[in-house]
Design a protein around this ligand. Structure first.
Ligand SMILES: [Zn+2]
Length: 274
């Protein structure tokens, strides 16, 4: 009898501990959320248009060096030694000029520094580690048997046009149409010949606060081109696929559905964990 009572008591104690633990966790989250600077990331990641689990999938994937992961977390927590941060937060040495050390035009904050790094097809771009157009293009090309190359993606420079009997892939190519359309070079144009469906994929890495604008911007930017391609190439459907991920890794809810929509066959398996 006494041992049974002890057992029940033990269970009760355990559940009480778990309850305390949850309260502590929640308390930690609450305190974090209230921080003016360090809590910004928490605020952004809990917005309705953001997929929180997916935004942190890189922490489980183990594709980055530990230093890179640490650096990402420091960016999320806004604890990077920018001139602005040194002047107003650290305050250990007097800083007279808090302007950007590169352009000297604006205050050196994380948002400002990242605005210097434009995503491009240039392999030297450092910031597109997570959302690397070359990596996407290569996976797409291999999956659809357009190439057999097995080099790491960072050594791979895609050919601008790849084609087989079923698919056609343009990489950073200007699409010529009857009327002049300025926005005529999406990152990747992928066509499924049998379905007569074309996907115009463009990738952007905006600030955390600019994800929705970036998405809408891509749709409006390529709408005219999509209409022209549908007509000229006699397609059943032309879909614009904006793949957006913020500089701190925030991933909008639109990301995975777009991948699944654009990249059929085995390609989605690659991203299954997302
Ligand atoms: Zn600058």
């Amino acid at each position: 009898m006494s041992s049974r009572r002890a057992k029940i008591k033990g269970v009760k104690d355990h559940s009480a501990d778990a309850q305390n633990h949850i309260e502590l966790q929640q308390e930690k989250i609450n305190i974090w959320s209230q921080k003016a600077l360090h809590g910004k990331h928490r605020y952004h990641v809990t917005q309705e248009h953001i997929n929180e689990r997916q935004s942190y999938s890189w922490l489980q994937d183990g594709q980055f060096f530990p230093e890179t992961e640490g650096f990402m977390l420091a960016i999320q927590d806004q604890v990077i030694a920018t001139m602005n941060y040194m002047k107003y937060i650290i305050k250990d040495t007097p800083i007279t000029d808090e302007n950007c050390r590169k352009c000297h035009q604006q205050k050196e904050t994380i948002d400002h520094i990242t605005s210097h790094a434009k995503l491009s097809l240039d392999p030297s771009t450092q910031l597109d580690i997570t959302l690397q157009p070359r990596s996407f293009t290569k996976k797409l090309a291999i999956t659809n048997k357009l190439i057999e190359n097995t080099d790491p993606y960072y050594n791979y420079t895609p050919t601008s046009v790849l084609e087989n009997n079923e698919y056609k892939l343009y990489w950073g190519v200007e699409i010529h149409t009857d009327k002049t359309i300025p926005a005529n070079r999406p990152d990747i144009v992928f066509q499924s010949k049998a379905d007569k469906v074309t996907y115009l994929t463009d990738i952007a890495i905006p600030k955390d606060t600019n994800i929705q604008n970036a998405y809408a911007g891509k749709i409006s930017k390529y709408t005219e081109l999509a209409i022209e391609i549908k007509r000229l190439w006699k397609q059943n459907k032309v879909t614009i696929v904006p793949l957006i991920m913020s500089i701190a890794g925030l991933t909008p809810n639109t990301f995975t559905p777009h991948l699944q929509q654009a990249w059929t066959n085995g390609y989605t398996k690659y991203f299954k964990r997302l």
